[in-house]
Design a protein around this ligand. Structure first.
Ligand SMILES: [Zn+2]
Length: 312
């Protein structure tokens, strides 16, 4: 077993307390490769933002758990080398079993999400409590997934440190069907607004408790346009408008998960290189621009959407 403290990582406790009080949210950026990690750490050091490096179970399999551990340790050292030791959390996204959470904790994760939403309500609460008991022995933070608003107090009583709630966000680049949206003058889909009423109800029932937003990419129209004008075929892609995320970040929402926007930024940059320079075959020549585009995107999220700049 290696603890996250040995890797130089932190758990999310202090970060969330400060974020709730300060009216901003910590970025949780998913990663599974070197270029993404370089972009995340570069963007966060330059803006002096704390960061949650987020890994799904699929990403953990893809990258390999041994390599991941060293990448996370490398991220800590890399930030110092770039000139500013930002707080870095290594978080498991959507852990679905106790065993997976345990394995992550034993390989250096400082935070885990236990998502028992596939289980009946009682079993979800039971599983969440079991993960909390194990994780807290090692000072590891736990994010729970709330199936229904009705059970919010039960979920909090399991000892979780934060709760993912659904206020109308969703995963992926097609968050809503066209039928759920309206279209603006340019024909771009405009999604239904986030359910701020649910968020307010949570703030009333569990005041000051850290709330997490999943599926909070904005799916920028300009990225979709670059992808589609360079051979891509993304149809009716739609995300959450940034001004709504800004409003959420100013509330009890203290962690915002952003994955799809990073995928879009990388894909747009790579497609453009392939289209403009069909003879190019050096991976650095297309992964490099993808990394640069990612870094621009992350800095924008930190400074203009989440408000976490200068909070490290
Ligand atoms: Zn999620």
């Amino acid at each position: 077993m290696i603890t996250y403290k040995e890797l130089g990582l932190v758990n999310s406790k202090n970060l969330f307390q400060k974020a709730v009080k300060g009216g901003y949210a910590i970025p949780a950026f998913n990663f599974n490769n070197l270029e993404q990690l370089q972009a995340i750490i570069g963007a966060c050091v330059e803006t002096k933002s704390p960061v949650i490096l987020q890994v799904s179970s699929g990403a953990r399999k893809y990258a390999n758990q041994t390599l991941l551990k060293h990448l996370a340790k490398g991220a800590v050292d890399y930030a110092k080398e770039l000139g500013y030791a930002i707080p870095i959390v290594l978080h498991l996204d959507h852990g679905d079993t106790f065993e997976l959470c345990q394995s992550c904790i034993e390989s250096g994760f400082s935070s885990v999400m236990i998502d028992g939403s596939h289980l009946p309500y009682d079993k979800n609460v039971e599983l969440t409590a079991k993960v909390v008991e194990y994780a807290h022995k090692y000072d590891v933070s736990v994010e729970g997934e709330l199936g229904v608003l009705a059970g919010i107090e039960d979920e909090v009583s399991t000892g979780v440190d934060s709760l993912a709630i659904s206020i109308g966000t969703s995963h992926g680049a097609n968050k809503f069907t066209p039928a759920q949206c309206t279209r603006n003058a340019e024909g771009i889909l405009v999604p239904p607004p986030l359910r701020f009423d649910i968020l307010e109800e949570c703030e009333k029932r569990i005041p000051g408790f850290p709330i997490v937003l999943h599926g909070a990419s904005s799916v920028p129209a300009e990225l979709v346009k670059i992808i589609n004008s360079n051979g891509g075929k993304l149809q009716d892609a739609v995300g959450i408008p940034e001004e709504q995320l800004r409003r959420a970040a100013a509330s009890a929402v203290c962690k915002v998960n952003i994955d799809s926007d990073g995928r879009l930024a990388m894909t747009a940059a790579i497609r453009k290189v392939f289209n403009d320079s069909p003879a190019e075959f050096d991976p650095r020549k297309y992964l490099g621009p993808a990394r640069d585009a990612l870094k621009v995107l992350y800095k924008h999220k930190i400074v203009s959407v989440l408000g976490s700049a200068d909070k490290a």
